[in-house]
Design a binder for this molecule. Sequence first.
Ligand code: DLL
Length: 449
Amino acid sequence: MRVDTIWDQRAERMPADERADLQAGRLDGLLGRLAERSPFYRERLAAAGVGPGARVGLDGLAGLPFTTKQDLWDTYPWGLLAVPREQVLRVHGSSGTGGRPTLVAYSRADLELWAQVCARALGCAGAGPGTLVHNGYGYGLFTGGLGMHAGAELMGCTLVPVSGGQTQRQVTLLRDLRPEVLCCTPSYATRLGEALAEAGVARDELALRVGIFGAEPWSEAMRAQIEDLLGLRALDIYGLSEVIGPGVACECVEAQAGLHVNEDHFLVEVVDPDSGRPLGAGERGELVFTTLTKEAMPLLRYRTGDIAALDRSACPCGRTLARMSKVTGRRDDMLVIRGVNVYPSEVEAVLVAERAVAPHYLLVVDTTQTMPRLVVACELAAGWAICEETEQAERERVAAEVAAALQDRLGLTVEVRVLPGGTIPRVELGKAVRVAQRTADRDPLPGWL
Ligand code: DLL
């Protein structure tokens, strides 16, 4: 497999000033299209004093109105369309917790653009025509499966569209077809590693070289674990349905240090999550995207809720696209336990650094008592306890160790349960569930809390 595989040389290596001109032109074009074709944005822009035909350029970006998830819900299902409904070729979305999904629409040109940016992600992984790709992202309304599928087909890869779930079958296909590239969520990558070990498949029976893992947050420590488990280089891929799906940004195998944002199509900003004020390079804040080229459902300054920072320094791979850091959390995933702010990503960092525990965990917020308490449930690493008699004592010893490390890091006393292997429910389809509530009528880990 080659590593000098930049899919779109011109776009991905464009000098920064040339790209800024391209973006400015595209932004003005977008404003024109929105004013003409989107009643929602026509009103929004008029309220912000941006008249039809305005040319704001990149300097005027911060003066344009934001779009939020609430706007998508309020206009559900078609209110943000900027093309006639008949020109929508596909609808995707994410399930959402309120019962109402977030839906997004794609025109033919949008689907082509999406395939292009997913091909760029595969190029970032060193893939090229003929590379065998195992696509374990779910197919359906979720964008992971069909997005990576289209990118791999466009590139001319040999694609195995296995989707999520049916882990035994995935193990067989990984062993028999010997793909080089694995695409799935990071949590499912750990599940596959576990299942391969259970099936007695040795790492050298596999040909995996690189994984393109995303759709959920994962830490550097988790990266090291997955690389070790599967014997591959683990790359992060980021995206969200509202903006397009996977392919908004992806790490390159050369540097593995930040995700190249496809800025010629998705104009990225980082803003202060509270004030909305734009932040500078290196400052951590909320990612905001403007879709410069999308047709069916373009979005202006969309607030993602995802927290990251931007790095505009040169990358050894030769791409000039800015890099975003890993997403370190969401504006709204912070838990407040007895007045202390707890980010699940910080707990994960502690757990993954502990060799005695497996990379499967659940944070349970127990609200059955007057003071909510946080219980961190994880599992003893496979083969860690020497024999059955000592297992329980070992689990208790490791729990005390992890609790001390969490106390150090978070400044909060947390209860830790180290459970026998296989106790934490595995998510085989869709995204990992890392935080659960325990209420009077619901116990996510019956008998263990
Ligand atoms: O998760 C798209 C995707 C599919 C990305 C496959 C990568 C691979 P949604 O279901 O709309 O779209 O969820 C989007 O997932 O706002 C983030 O909070 C989270 N997310 C996505 N990628 C990452 C990542 C897809 N690499 C939401 N790291 C986003 C952390 C991620 N969080």
